[in-house]
Design a binder for this molecule. Structure first.
Ligand SMILES: NC(=O)c1ccc[n+]([C@@H]2O[C@H](COP(=O)([O-])OP(=O)(O)OC[C@H]3O[C@@H](n4cnc5c(N)ncnc54)[C@H](OP(=O)(O)O)[C@@H]3O)[C@@H](O)[C@H]2O)c1
Length: 334
């Protein structure tokens, strides 16, 4: 089986590369070559910028793939370009969407693939929904062999997943320094974190499955966590109890409007994912990495790369601004 990852060295796609190689697949990457490839000659690297459609066509000329996984399409015009680039070049095109596309309601927090797609708060999610629509309408119209996969919050080494920044050491730095961190609401809403190595088993298991064409799947862990427990586990892995300030999402959004999209449109709303569809298609898919273990792995990665243990200045400023307003609001209470 010959597979092409658009990306391949990213937060999620790296683990998917490991899994595809483990399953004996021939793996190609298309990226700009900015990150070192730990796989040597086991992965064929094609250097191109996916936004340069003509350059990509030239770079892929004459190649045919059993599966192409597009990790880097965020806008409908990018998916439309893929319909052109990969027409006749693949037997399966997997579009990586997002679980933030689902309409989440407090009345029914259990999400299945039939849950309607709608997100009035987050433009990113609306654009992903529009991408899916291109596939369902224009893709289906030309018998384009697509599959949609929706990850939820998915992390690997180097990520400290939280509701305030995930892809760097910023939050861990604050905890280690004894500085307060913010958890939205009362910290009791339910959230799902998935280790990329688990996600990879589900994704790669869909490769070559005829029955998966025209279908959508989410792939998440089954572990239900509250935001408080997530931050307590991050603290436990760091060896420092975090100082948590609980602040309502509406209050946070009033001070930093840009935060509203990701909180009110995603992370502050309880969501539980019913993974029975992916388990039916890929029986090997089970959650192996619990968060308590995954976060320790990620922090161990930072211990091996201490130069990356740096504060996130913008995040610090943002959190301190919100806290200063919050403290003033508390101070006037009787
Ligand atoms: N992580 C989550 O919690 C989450 C949740 C829901 C959905 N998702 C979805 O997951 C996808 C991200 O996957 P990921 O985390 O594996 O990727 P990523 O870490 O965001 O992307 C990095 C990879 O993409 C390559 N790349 C970046 N820009 C490129 C360009 N213009 N042309 C070619 N290659 C480029 C990078 O290599 P070079 O720099 O060398 O080019 C690298 O291989 C997105 O579609 C996102 O919406 C993620």
């Amino acid at each position: 089986m010959r597979t092409l990852f658009i990306g391949g060295t990213g937060n999620i796609s790296k683990a998917c590369t490991d899994r595809a190689l483990e399953k004996g697949m021939e793996v190609f990457h298309l990226n700009r070559g900015n990150k070192p490839s730990p796989w040597g000659k086991s992965v064929v690297s094609i250097k191109a910028d996916i936004r340069d459609v003509e350059g990509v066509k030239k770079a892929l000329h004459g190649l045919h793939f059993d599966t192409v996984v597009q990790f880097l399409a965020y806008r409908p015009e990018q998916v439309r370009a893929d319909l052109d680039i990969f027409d006749d070049a693949t037997d399966q095109y997997i579009f990586i969407s997002t679980c933030s596309a689902y309409k989440k309601t407090l009345r029914n927090p259990v999400v299945t693939e039939s849950t309607p797609l709608e997100n009035p708060f987050w433009e990113y999610s609306r654009q992903k929904i529009a991408c899916e629509k291109i596939l369902a309408e224009e893709g289906a119209g030309k018998a384009f062999p697509y599959t949609i996969v929706r990850p939820s919050h998915t992390y690997d080494d180097g990520w400290i997943p939280s509701c305030f920044g995930s892809a760097d050491f910023g939050l861990a730095w604050r905890i280690l320094e004894g500085k307060r961190i913010i958890v939205p609401g009362d910290g009791q809403s339910i959230w799902t974190l998935t280790h990329a190595s688990d996600f990879a088993v589900g994704l790669v298991g869909l490769f070559g499955q005829q029955g998966a064409l025209g279908e959508a799947f989410h792939i998440t862990s089954d572990e239900r966590l509250t935001w408080d427990s997530i931050h307590m586990q991050i603290g436990a892995a760091l060896g420092v109890e975090p100082k948590i300030a609980h602040i309502p999402s509406d209050y946070i959004t009033r001070i930093v409007p840009e935060r509203g999209a990701g909180l009110k449109g995603d992370k502050a709303v309880s969501a539980e994912f019913d993974n029975s569809k992916i388990k039916r298609f890929v029986p090997e898919f089970i959650q192996k990495v619990r968060f308590s273990e995954g976060i320790r792995k990620s922090i161990a990665w930072y211990d091996r790369n201490p130069e990356m243990k740096i504060p996130n200045t913008a995040l610090n400023q943002e959190i301190e601004t919100i806290l200063s307003y919050w403290d003033k609001a508390w101070a006037i209470l009787p």
